[in-house]
Design a protein around this ligand. Structure first.
Ligand code: NAD
Length: 486
């Protein structure tokens, strides 16, 4: 295997990054591009031995990184952000080649956001404080202590964005990191290792290992030296990881799938509601937060559907490197099969495809809207993770909330209404980690982020991230000369 592959003109080292060294594996796997289904190159395929080596490197590097003053850690995180900003074009084209999401969105939205992840948590670290308080004259002082090596496991739908949303706070907290990117899109994690090294991050503080989750995963998540596991991915994998982490009761943060509702009330700005609904096809529907269940008030359902079909029909599907493209390919032939399977079974069950309902040439799935779906049907209850939306109607607010909450998930919800009081009432009744009213995907890193029910365990963001990645300590100091121990 060659150490470096050329990805659209960008050299990418496909070996692991362990203890500040590039490390090969005896085995490799082939990483392919969803754009044309062609191989991009061979990637080192790690297993238990690489997991052990990476955890050992992270453990060895931990004491010195944990003792590094906050200001110096923050400076290094800003230096990593500078490196990301210098390489936005390279990161964007590598990510698009690897996972098929739009180049324009990687260029202008995602990669700047990656840099922001580092800047935000660097700055938040410097502000992190809890006012001291007194108990019978004793001073209570709360501190966030570094916890140790953290295993961070991420999916393929927004690889570097989701990885750095964990890497940045974990490093800011004074922890060392073992990052395991998804096998369908591992490349930008390797570029991040280069950028961090160039920024001066000490060896072993950030380690990157590649491989299939089932081969390298257990060795990472059951390791007794690992102090935190943060995982973004599917529910079945989360259950395996939780079982593996149980061996050491390693604290977990789980950001999982969703089946989020988008509620459209008759009093909504219908044009806005239609725009919000069409937006759910972004990233070819491979967005955990997507509001894939359109719930529309009966009286406007016909008009909403007419306008939706016109807008969705105008979406341009094609090469994600083309600035004019709105929807790119799906990640992998297996994912495409999975999406098609959901749609085929729904149609066999009586659903009607108002638009789409079929594959297109290459790795593309036509944006699909299904109606005539029962609440308890598979396509309404399970995450498809492709450009497939369902539409159901409701008669009143109570029914809207009941349908919205009637799945095993609780990641997000979006509602379109012109009545602020209704927005408040409905929001109060929804089970969701994030609710958007008349907007979608507005995210601030200081907000708590995560899901309820099967959509996740815990919250990350702002201080919540530090609460998770740190060992919180309360120190109680007696006043000078205090003798009463009662
Ligand atoms: P996945 O669960 O198949 O894989 C995610 C990661 O887990 C990959 O890196 C994989 O290699 C690894 N993995 C697999 N088996 C493992 C094991 N036994 N031990 C350790 N690691 C293992 O998920 P996916 O298909 O890559 O991602 C799609 C899923 O992610 C969807 O369900 C989506 O909703 C979810 N997601 C959630 C969020 C969120 O923030 N809530 C964000 C993006 C994606």
């Amino acid at each position: 295997m060659a150490d470096k592959i050329n990805v659209a003109g960008v050299p990418v080292d496909t070996r692991h990054w362990i203890g500040g060294q590039r490390v090969a594996s005896a085995e490799t796997f082939i990483d392919s591009s969803p754009i044309d289904g062609q191989p991009i190159g061979e990637v080192a395929r790690g297993g238990p031995a690489e997991a052990q080596a990476a955890v050992a490197a992270a453990r060895d590097a931990f004491p010195s990184w944990a003792a590094t003053p906050r200001a110096e850690r923050a400076r290094l995180l800003h230096a990593i952000a500078d490196g990301v900003e210098k390489r936005i074009e390279e990161l964007a084209i590598v990510e698009t080649t690897d996972n098929g999401a739009l180049l324009r969105s990687h260029r202008r939205g995602v990669m700047p956001r990656v840099a922001h992840n580092f800047r935000f948590f660097a700055d938040w670290l410097l502000k992190l404080d809890h006012e001291d308080f007194e108990t019978r004259g004793h001073r209570n002082h709360v501190s966030w202590d570094p916890a140790g090596p953290c295993v961070l496991i991420t999916p393929w739908n927004a690889p570097l964005m989701l990885a750095t949303w964990k890497v940045a706070p974990a490093l800011a907290a004074g922890n060392t990191v073992i990052l395991k990117p998804a096998e369908w899109s591992p490349l930008t994690a390797s570029l991040l290792a280069d950028i961090a090294a160039e920024a001066g991050l000490p060896a072993g503080v950030l380690n990157v290992v590649q491989g299939y989750g089932a081969e390298i995963g257990d060795a990472l998540t059951s390791h007794p030296d690992v102090r935190r596991i943060s995982f973004t991915g599917s529910v079945p994998t989360a259950k395996r990881i939780a079982a593996s982490a149980a061996a050491n009761l390693t604290p977990l943060s789980l950001e999982l799938g969703g089946k989020s509702p988008l509620l459209v009330f008759a009093d909504a700005d219908l044009e806005l509601a239609v725009d919000l609904a069409v937006e759910q096809y972004d990233n070819a529907g491979q967005v955990c937060l997507a509001g894939t269940r359109l719930l529309v008030e009966e009286s406007v359902a016909e008009e909403f559907t007419r306008r939706f079909v016109a807008k969705a029909g105008a979406l341009r599907q094609g090469d994600p490197r083309d600035e004019a493209t709105d929807i790119g390919p799906n990640i992998h032939p297996r994912q495409l099969e999975k999406i098609d399977g959901f749609v085929r079974r729904a149609i066999a069950d009586g659903a009607r495809a108002v638009i789409g309902g079929h594959r297109r040439d290459g790795q593309f799935y036509a944006p699909t809207l299904l109606t005539d779906v029962a609440q308890d049907s598979e396509v309404v209850q399970e995450e498809v993770f492709g450009p497939v939306l369902t539409l159901q109607t409701f008669a009143d607010e109570d029914e809207a909330v009941r349908l919205a909450n009637d799945t095993r998930f609780g990641l997000a919800a979006t509602l379109a209404t012109g009545d602020p009081e209704r927005a408040e009432r409905v929001t109060a009744g929804l089970v969701a980690g994030t609710v958007w009213v008349n907007c979608f995907f507005v995210r601030d890193l200081q907000a708590p982020f995560g899901g309820s029910r099967l959509s996740g365990v815990g919250r990350e963001g702002g201080t919540w991230s530090f609460d998770f990645y740190c060992d919180l300590k309360n120190t109680v100091t007696a006043p000078k000369g205090f003798k009463d121990h009662g």
